[in-house]
Design a protein around this ligand. Structure first.
Ligand SMILES: N[C@@H](CCC(=O)N[C@@H](CS)C(=O)NCC(=O)O)C(=O)O
Length: 252
């Protein structure tokens, strides 16, 4: 197995606060690939984003590209058995979570005043006290500008959460009564949806998105199942541990 180091945010919410970081770590655990984590709040990797990975010395950005790279390098992929229809379903579910609902989660933390009040005290906890407020304000301005460019922050608060509702009504449908999105075994789509949903469902910060998930028993069961299997020691949704070996998981 290659040496895998995942660079990502510290576990600031008593769990990994990056939906993509938690997706990647969960995928590595599902695929039984050993890794360790290097917490990084400033260094953002080759795509200017977190997570990124160092794999046998090669530095790679973007959770999807890291998963593709590791799948090719180790053969440890989770999606080999999917047919073309299932692959299409996987793409649709992942894109809904990562390219739409994700921005609403970011909005709920950084723009919505109620969410921000709680989020900033936890996320910037490790910053030196005398500049904490300054850094928080500066990054909030930058994240708000990014969300305005993306589009979601151009809407009113009510409109934003109204746009989240159909996403959280769509995600339970393809899961149905199954254990995982594409059947009895976990795939990349499950890691992707878990990274995002766990960051809402297990977050210490309460808001409208939590209530929307709680209205869907199969989504709650899905989160609890993945947490129990892959993050049994986590206080919340996972990401506090800095090292993973498959033995650790099999012993859990
Ligand atoms: N498509 C990327 C998205 C990564 C991403 O958006 N990361 C966020 C944190 S969850 C980030 O680094 N944001 C900082 C920024 O955009 O400047 C992936 O799958 O890794």
């Amino acid at each position: 197995m290659p040496s895998v180091i995942i660079h990502q945010f510290p576990a600031a919410l008593d769990m990994q606060p990056s939906a993509f970081g938690l997706k990647l770590e969960t995928w590595l655990r599902m695929a039984n690939v050993p890794y360790r984590t290097a917490f990084s709040a400033r260094e953002m990797g080759p795509k200017g984003k977190i997570p990124f990975a160092t794999i046998d010395g090669a530095v790679i950005g973007d959770s999807e590209l890291i998963i593709d790279y590791l799948t090719k390098k180790t053969g440890a992929g989770l999606d080999h058995h999917l047919d073309s229809r299932q692959k299409a379903q996987s793409t649709m579910v992942r894109r809904l979570a990562e390219e739409h609902l994700y921005h609403i989660l970011v909005y709920s933390r950084w723009v919505d005043t109620a969410g921000w009040e709680e989020f900033q005290t936890r996320f910037f906890d490790s910053a030196p006290a005398f500049i904490r407020g300054f850094i928080a304000k500066k990054i909030r301005k930058q994240v708000t500008a990014n969300l305005t460019a993306q589009g979601i922050a151009r809407h009113t608060l009510d409109e934003v959460y109204a746009k989240g509702k159909p996403d959280l009504e769509a995600l339970p449908a393809p899961l149905g009564a199954k254990s995982y999105y594409l059947g009895d075994t976990s795939t990349e789509a499950d890691a992707s949806v878990y990274g995002l949903l766990a960051n809402i469902h297990y977050s210490p910060i309460r808001g409208p998105l939590q209530e929307m998930i709680e209205g869907h028993a199969n989504l709650v069961r899905f989160c609890d199942r993945i947490k129990a299997l892959y993050w049994p020691n986590s206080r919340r949704g996972g990401g506090e541990e800095v090292e993973f070996t498959p033995d650790q998981q099999n012993a859990a």
